[in-house]
Design a protein around this ligand. Sequence first.
Ligand SMILES: *Cc1c(COP(=O)(O)O)cnc(C)c1O
Length: 355
Amino acid sequence: MGNDQVVDLRSDTVTRPTPEMRKAMAQADVGDDVYGEDPTVNRLEEMAAEKLGMEAAILMPSGTMGNQTALHIQCSPGSEVVMEERSHISNYEMAAMAALSGLLAHPICSDDGMMTAGQVRGAIRPDIYYMSRTALIVLENTHNMAGGKVMPLNRTREILSVAEEAGVPAHLDGARIFNAAQSLDITVRAAVFGFDSVMFCLSKGLGAPVGSILAGAKEFITEARRVRKMFGGGMRQAGIIAAAGIVALEVMAERISSDHEAARSLAGGFSEISGIDVPVKPESNIVMLRIKPQWFEEQVKKTPPENGDMSGAFVDHLRKANVLALAIDHEQVRMVTHYDIPDDGIERAIEAALK
Ligand SMILES: *Cc1c(COP(=O)(O)O)cnc(C)c1O
């Protein structure tokens, strides 16, 4: 299956559908989902709601649409959404919260991507006539840009009780919540317990080609169906996509721990190479590397790039060995493990940085 020449560690979104998914897609029963008549979509939505312990769920074309739909429903224009400063919603979703819903991010700074309950309490606006209202608290778990860090369950619970005390709803950007639950050794249901709405991606480590799930209370999902249509995300015979999503939930969720193991091996290998730092011990399937000038001088006997873009030059170097990674800024490189890397992929990635 696929191209075994390339070790593509840029993201877990690059995973291609498995043979089992392709078969399920080919055989899927379909109908018009805008009329609510696609049996495969309906089955996926029921399965997902059940897995999350939520009343209802809806299939979304993307995680971004799932998040933005949740924000649109829960917040009125001119209000604020509290979130960690490196969160996906405020950095990688095209400022959609401003463009589509008139919302302002209230960012919280943290060293490791994990906001504290005290910080969240401090960010919730008091009821004063010249201040905007805090409409929503967002958590991201795992935290993508913090290197796939997993929020400890007690921290999540503390933040949720702060939200509850303040009467502010909470949304979970759980794009990789299956990774978080695996890492915490709890069920996904336990990991999302207490949130008003949850989004997770079928199209990342779970391997489906397209799709995300938004879940919450029944009335919330009824409203989400309207907003999804408004955002242009009403899909017709989407059972083709949902069929792969069902395989993702039934089969692929089981194997996610091997991605975490691979991430640990990757981090272990890179941390022994001079000029490469692994500042955060990987807790899920993401590894962040910090590239220093010594890597060029000592490891590959080159001069560091004059423009200072060390991660860019590092990524170019790996690409020549058919290993793909993502430069985040001039120093940081992100690698994400997933099922669609060749068996010798981890070894080859480490070797590519050694010569
Ligand atoms: C991938 C991702 C999303 C959604 O991305 P889409 O590409 O729109 O599916 C949302 N949040 C986080 C943290 C992500 O990593």
